[in-house]
Design a protein around this ligand. Structure first.
Ligand SMILES: *Cc1c(COP(=O)(O)O)cnc(C)c1O
Length: 366
């Protein structure tokens, strides 16, 4: 194998990001300040139609503070998928509420509305769909369920910057929506998160909680955290915001090439009216996924990832919330999925090598 390894993900951090960091460092003011305020405004305009955004130090903090600001706490239940990163359920558990796991529907890997409806109890306060891999969850059906039962919707949009459904951007459909700015996400600030809030009360709540419960200095109103974003991170994010649109187009065009040319694996479908931003390009392979991944890497130099091999309700940390629970589509997906490289740094030669590799291996029954 002489061709260079194609990594499964590749954060892009350029000269402008470095210059922006230097500018903030030279100012001597590096903690939350004007860069964060500008980033919040610009992010809101780019992604959520101007809905007010509050920056925090991670996507996980964003979910946690959003939940707390919405009044979620001990005795409450929030319905979440199990087929996601553990941060989704962790954020619920950290409030003292219980995450209740529902199954996914198999095409788009989001919450299955029927499974959600079956999980509702008198304690259910909200549904927290995840727009997994950058494909919007089945929001119309979930919104109908939420309306019928008088419960809230919170969106985990950590992987879905710029995705939409029926022309509505993710992050604008629930009481709040949270984006992650971790390096492997579709854009980064180093670490960071953004909470898009529907109401001024939520904006105020998240702002208070991220900064020790203070609006006016030393007038602490509630018990809060230090979950602030720094101006250094915001400066990186502001540069990335100017580039993310082009990167998303590149991801979508890479995905289109893969979907047209791959055979022998189930390629990811896109729902009617949905814009998929391909945080991951995820296929299902038949038996022997481990062998498939190893051969991709060793014979073709193609990296891949599995998101996520262990359903959350089976994790040692979370299983107490779901003793004996079985979620068949979640378990099936966890055993079958492989994410192939789709990031914007891929060249045409890389895409062709990925196709050649997958078609040879899947065709060979690997
Ligand atoms: C990345 C991610 C998070 C957490 O974001 P961090 O910025 O890493 O804290 C939450 N939910 C999902 C689905 C994610 O992919």
């Amino acid at each position: 194998m002489t061709e260079p390894f194609i990594p499964p993900a590749k954060p892009i951090i350029g000269e402008e990001e470095r210059a922006a960091v230097d500018r903030v460092m030279r100012s001597g003011m590096v903690a939350q300040g004007p860069e964060v305020a500008a980033f919040e405004q610009e992010f809101a305009e780019v992604f959520v139609g101007g809905r007010t955004c509050v920056a925090v130090n991670s996507g996980t903090s964003g979910l946690h503070l959003g939940l707390l600001a919405a009044g979620i706490g001990p005795g409450d239940e929030v319905i979440v998928p199990s087929f996601t990163f553990a941060a989704t359920a962790n954020s619920v558990a950290l409030t003292g509420a219980s995450p209740v796991f529902a199954d996914i529907e198999p095409r788009y890997f989001g919450l299955d509305p029927a499974s959600v409806e079956a999980a509702i109890t008198p304690r259910t306060k909200a549904i927290m769909p995840v727009h997994l891999y950058g494909h919007p969850a089945m929001m119309v059906e979930l919104e109908a369920i939420a309306a019928k039962h008088g419960i809230m919707i919170f969106e985990d949009a950590a992987q879905a910057h710029g995705a939409s459904l029926g022309g509505r951007a993710v992050g604008t459909m629930g009481q709040f929506g949270v984006f992650s700015l971790y390096p492997t996400k579709n854009m980064t600030s180093g670490e960071g998160g953004m909470v898009a809030c529907e109401t001024p009360e939520l904006v105020r709540g998240v702002k208070l909680l991220r900064n020790q419960g203070m609006e006016a200095q030393y007038q602490n109103e509630v018990i809060g955290f230090n979950n602030r974003m720094t101006d250094i991170h915001a400066a990186i994010g502001r540069v990335q915001l100017t580039k993310v649109g082009g990167w998303t187009e590149q991801r979508r065009s890479n995905a289109a090439f893969l979907s047209e040319n791959l055979t022998g694996v189930v390629v990811p479908p896109v729902a009617d009216g949905a814009v998929h931003v391909y945080h991951q390009y995820t296929v299902r392979v038949g038996e022997d996924r481990d062998g498939f991944q190893a051969a991709l890497k060793n014979e073709y130099g193609v990296g891949s990832g599995v998101y996520y091999p262990v359903p959350n309700h089976r994790l040692a940390s979370l299983t107490r919330f779901a003793p004996g629970l079985e979620l068949p589509e979640t378990e099936k997906a966890a055993s079958e999925v492989v994410s192939l490289p789709v990031h914007p740094s891929l060249g045409q030669g890389d895409l062709e090598r990925i196709v050649r590799a997958v078609n040879a291996l899947a065709g060979a029954g690997a």
